[in-house]
Design a protein around this ligand. Structure first.
Ligand SMILES: [Zn+2]
Length: 155
């Protein structure tokens, strides 16, 4: 039933614009750094391996707008990358603690759920049982940084 949900990285058009401009939409320069292991990459939805050229930029992950649509820091590849081609919950993020934040159509936050490693996917499906939920952010626990968004797949 994975195909019912869609897992969304930073949109390709946003990545193209940021890489072309050399800075993000908030004026922060795209400064390359060499990654260690385990930086969560929001372009490809996987963890980095040591030696990749990545950059920390600011991104506003909610297309819904509203007061909850905050801007936060995310790692991306500096150069072009394949993006997320997977179908289903990104496997590198399965065994992590996470916070799931569901939002309604207007972008208002409905709830917040702290999940244990290995339980994110099941908790997500449970959240989408509520028809009021339009979008869910999967975020890091301590800093709250956005990792990716999830929505129902439209036919
Ligand atoms: Zn990437």
């Amino acid at each position: 039933m994975n195909s019912e949900l869609e897992y969304l990285p930073v949109p390709a058009a946003d990545l193209d614009r940021i890489r072309c401009n050399g800075h993000d939409d908030y004026g922060n320069r795209l400064l390359p750094q060499i990654s260690g292991d385990g930086a969560p990459l929001r372009c490809c939805l996987r963890l980095s391996v040591a030696g990749e050229e990545i950059s920390l930029i600011a991104h506003r992950p909610s297309p819904l707008g509203g007061a909850y649509a905050e801007v936060g820091p995310v790692f991306i590849h500096v150069g072009e990358c394949p993006g997320y081609a997977g179908d289903g919950f990104p496997s590198d993020f399965l065994e992590r603690h996470a916070v799931l934040r569901p939002y309604d159509e207007a972008g208002l936050m409905l709830d917040g759920v702290l999940v244990e490693p290995g339980t994110s996917e099941g908790e997500l499906k449970r959240l989408f049982d509520d028809p009021a939920v339009a979008l869910v952010h999967v975020r890091n626990v301590v800093a709250g940084c956005w990792n990716f968004s999830v929505r129902r797949r439209t036919a």
